[in-house]
Design a protein around this ligand. Structure first.
Ligand code: NAD
Ligand code: ZN
Length: 353
């Protein structure tokens, strides 16, 4: 089979590989559509997960099942499925402890294009198929369905980590596709006011559509000064971090009310320490919680988030800014994600209808 792989850090291309083998609990699937992620860029060009040789990239797609193992009960060849980017081992102790995304070790629930070949391939392997796949609702277009692999669950996990409650004022730092889904999730959870940090017009427009009312630019001075000025010096109840670097935590803590919570889903790609400002953290006693997490994967979450889209309660289509037709455009879509033109949110490549 053909797959689009990271040959080494900074180099990629199409390679031939054997089709993966299907264990008793597993499924083999073929993509109907795939989406490119910022993480593919971090992996390939920034060496975010270290060196990898001939590893097929990609972890966002929806697919058709072509083979299932002898112990798989709920899926069969021909089923069209949602595929989460994170595919935990559901019988692991970490999953039993409530941290499925860390099954097998910290962050090890992320397998596609990390510990094994990803989904930019004619066929790919899914571990624990009954625990990880979900049927694709018939009224969701495969292009839109790709947003359910990672963008929706990650953005929504930021909302969970920040514990957004009815009436909260919420600051969302970074309004790429993940931050946009945090805006949408915070809005659904009943935030009264959502302040978004970001300036690209396509993202600002999408954020407005998802419920953000105020916008600030991190280029116009410190985030905290701007937030405090907009909130009569009080700050916000919750902060969701979906962009920026280690320095954003300083702003987040300073912009937060006592008792507030920060939910981080951003990948911190450089630096050694995250600095927490001592005084604004209440000299250690401010009850300002900082939570950061990889999104939980798995079937139940896919089914529930798929149901939101299927029921018309969440429209993911505004995230899809570029659609390509056929594997031959995959590289172009990947390079577009690297180069980030101003009008880009997410590129998707359709493989089959
Ligand atoms: P993205 O790069 O499209 O969006 C990040 C946005 O943050 C960009 O628009 C950028 O302009 C903005 N930004 C940069 N510096 C900023 C600053 N100082 N303050 C505010 N905004 C700033 O990426 P994305 O696809 O939306 O993903 C967001 C992050 O989430 C990435 O780091 C990605 O690796 C991570 N991620 C995490 C998980 C998870 O499970 N936790 C899953 C997927 C992606
Ligand atoms: Zn992703």
């Amino acid at each position: 089979m053909k797959g689009y792989a990271m040959l080494k850090i900074g180099e990629s291309g199409w390679i031939e590989k054997d089709r993966p083998e299907c264990g008793p609990l597993d499924a083999i699937c073929k993509p109907l559509a795939v989406a490119i992620c910022t993480s593919d860029v971090h992996t390939l060009w920034e060496g975010a997960i270290g060196e990898r040789h001939n590893m097929i990239l990609g972890h966002e797609c929806c697919a058709e099942v072509v083979e299932v193992g002898s112990l798989v009960k709920d899926f069969k060849p021909g089923d069209r499925v949602l595929v989460p980017a994170i595919t935990p081992d559901w019988n692991s102790l970490e999953a039993q402890a409530g941290y499925s995304m860390h099954s097998g070790g910290m962050l090890a629930g992320w397998k596609f294009s990390n510990f094994k070949d990803g989904v930019f391939s004619e066929f790919f392997h899914v571990n624990d198929a009954d625990g990880n796949l979900a049927l694709l609702p018939s009224n969701i277009d495969p292009v839109d369905a790709c947003m359910l692999s990672d963008m929706v669950p990650t953005g929504f996990h930021g909302v969970e980590l920040a514990d957004v409650q009815f009436g909260d004022t919420v600051l969302v730092i970074g309004i790429g596709p993940v931050g946009l889904m945090s805006v949408a999730g915070a809005n659904m959870r009943g935030a009264s006011r959502i302040i978004a940090v970001g300036t690209r017009p396509v993202c600002v427009e999408a954020a407005r559509g998802y419920g953000a009312v105020d916008f600030i630019s991190y280029k116009d001075g410190s985030i905290e000064d701007q937030v405090l000025a907009m909130t009569d010096g009080k700050g916000v109840d919750k902060v969701i971090v979906a962009g920026g670097g280690c320095e954003t935590f300083e702003s987040a803590v300073k912009a937060l009310k006592p008792g507030g919570k920060i939910g981080n889903v951003n990948y911190l790609g450089s630096g050694t320490y995250v600095n927490i400002p001592r005084a604004e953290w209440g000299v250690g006693m401010g009850h300002k919680q900082i939570n950061g997490g990889l999104m939980p994967g798995g079937r139940l979450r896919m089914e529930k988030l798929g149901a939101l889209v299927s029921a018309g309660k969440l429209d993911v289509h505004p995230l899809v800014s570029h659609v390509f037709d056929g594997w031959e455009h995959l590289e172009e879509a990947l390079f577009l994600m690297r180069d980030k033109p101003k009008d880009l949110i997410k590129p998707v490549v359709k493989i089959e209808d």
